[in-house]
Design a protein around this ligand. Structure first.
Ligand code: UDX
Length: 430
């Protein structure tokens, strides 16, 4: 089938590459000319394991091409995916202006029937707005339908998640749209859940909000563990064996980041309030997440006397491992807060250095973990990259001025670290 992807970012690029991989003909559109030029050369503007090779392979097989104008996709493709970003406004609501602009551009070029599919994470009722907007310009409703097909891709495992979905949600308003999307996803042989547009939109927001709330819950429990000497990893293990709870997303730490959870929680909360629904649980999930960073800094202040002019080594800047994305990354906020106390920061991340250098000032960016910890008064592990778990911590200890380790992701074994001679501080690790 011929597919147009409008918006070639984290979601659009993975979606386009994977649909091409499944044998479809895909045209990825983006208004960033430099990004499109880079993509035409087979270079990925984002770090996502496996993406660049999948792009190259499908460009070679002529299944994947790129353009900067929406009209080409509207003319050539029977299905048009809206994958543009929906950043948060100051009040936390989702900014849908990019979605509106794309809807208008599609409407202006509609000649034959097109199925327009919202894949960007959008608040409920957005599909209705897209329909109304296109109808204003292109009166004939027989020329288009609008559907919702939210994504559940985790950065760092997005290709795996696309090709091995727990479920594919198809929010449709008629049988024609359903038939088209069933044919599109047929190669995946996935569990297709067909529902209405609004339910599909809410499934996405509610899923991310629940996952984020689950993380804030375990982070609050970790504080209780700190206050009592219990071990949060044992508590999470015991809880997670109940299939109604499940072991995933029970890892306590410095909180969730990324461009999805914080944004989607706020957008869902604001939309609920606009609908007259009190949803304070989401407020609390956001509050706990913000407090978790302050809680981690408090641990540092309680452990290191006179922080001013001390040197702290930060390992990990991305919001999670296997990505270069630092959007809403706890590490960035914590570094900025510590710099107010005139702390000297040395930092390293396997993939996020380029992006971090654009965001942070007065940080000594190092080439590897061992250089980072040299003469440091403490080590802050902020992202649980495998390479940080596998470091030679006896060597690390020798390189540091003082063997003090704050494990923001509970990625290390406290007994092993203490045996090496570190003063080890985790989050809820007893
Ligand atoms: C998330 C959702 O998982 C995905 O389904 C959705 O499509 C997009 O948003 P992503 O943000 O890429 O994916 O990463 P995820 O693995 O969910 O982690 C998000 C944040 O939560 C990270 O900062 C991670 O460190 C944190 N996290 C995750 C925890 O603090 N504890 C956990 O147990 C799990």
């Amino acid at each position: 089938m011929k597919i147009g992807i409008i918006g070639s970012g984290y979601v659009g690029l993975v979606t386009g590459a994977c649909f091409a991989h499944l044998g479809h003909q895909v045209l990825c559109v983006d208004n960033d000319v430099k990004k499109i030029e880079m993509l035409k050369r087979g270079k990925s503007p984002i770090y996502e394991p496996g993406l660049e090779s999948m792009l190259k392979e499908n460009i070679r097989r002529k299944r994947l091409s790129f353009a900067t104008k929406v009209d080409r996709a509207t003319r050539q493709c029977e299905i048009l995916f809206i994958c543009v970003n929906t950043p948060p406004k100051m009040n936390g609501e989702a900014d849908l202006s990019f979605v509106e602009n794309v809807s208008r551009e599609i409407a202006r070029n509609l000649k034959d029937y097109r199925l327009i599919v919202e894949k960007s994470t959008v608040p409920v009722q957005t599909g209705e707005w897209i329909h109304k907007t296109i109808k204003q310009i292109q009166a004939s409703e027989s020329l288009f339908d609008v559907a919702s097909n939210p994504e559940f891709l985790r950065e760092g495992s997005a290709i795996h998640d696309f090709l091995n979905p727990d479920r594919v949600i198809l929010g449709v308003s008629n049988a024609r749209a359903e038939k088209i999307l069933r044919k599109l996803y047929a190669p995946l042989k996935a569990n297709l859940v067909v529902t209405d547009l609004k339910s599909a939109e809410i499934i996405k927001h509610a899923s991310n909000s629940f996952l984020a709330t689950k993380i804030s819950f375990i982070n609050a429990v970790a504080r209780v563990c700190d206050a009592t000497g219990a071990d949060i990893n044992n508590v999470a293990l015991g809880m997670g064996l109940d299939p109604r709870i499940g072991p995933s997303f029970l890892n306590a730490g410095i909180g969730f980041g990324g461009f999805c959870f914080p944004k989607d929680l706020s957008a869902f909360l604001r939309m609920s309030e606009r609908l007259g629904v009190r949803f304070d649980m989401l407020k609390e999930a956001l509050t706990i997440n913000d407090e978790q960073k302050k809680y981690f800094i408090q641990k540092i202040e309680n452990t290191i006397w006179n922080l001013t002019d001390k040197t702290l080594a930060v390992l990990g800047l991305s919001f999670k491992p296997n990505t270069d994305d630092i959007r809403y990354a706890p590490a960035i906020d914590i570094i900025r807060e510590l710099q107010h106390e005139k702390v000297k920061i040395r930092a390293y991340d396997p993939e996020a250095m380029t992006r971090a250098k654009q965001e942070l000032r007065d940080v000594k960016f190092c080439r590897n973990a061992y250089e980072t910890v040299r003469n440091a008064d403490a080590l802050l592990l902020m992202t649980e990259w495998d390479e940080f778990v596998d470091l030679d911590y006896k060597r690390i200890k020798k390189l540091m001025r003082h063997p003090v380790l704050f494990d923001g992701r509970n990625a290390l074994n406290p007994a092993e670290m203490r045996k090496i001679g570190f003063k080890y501080c985790g989050i809820g690790r007893g």
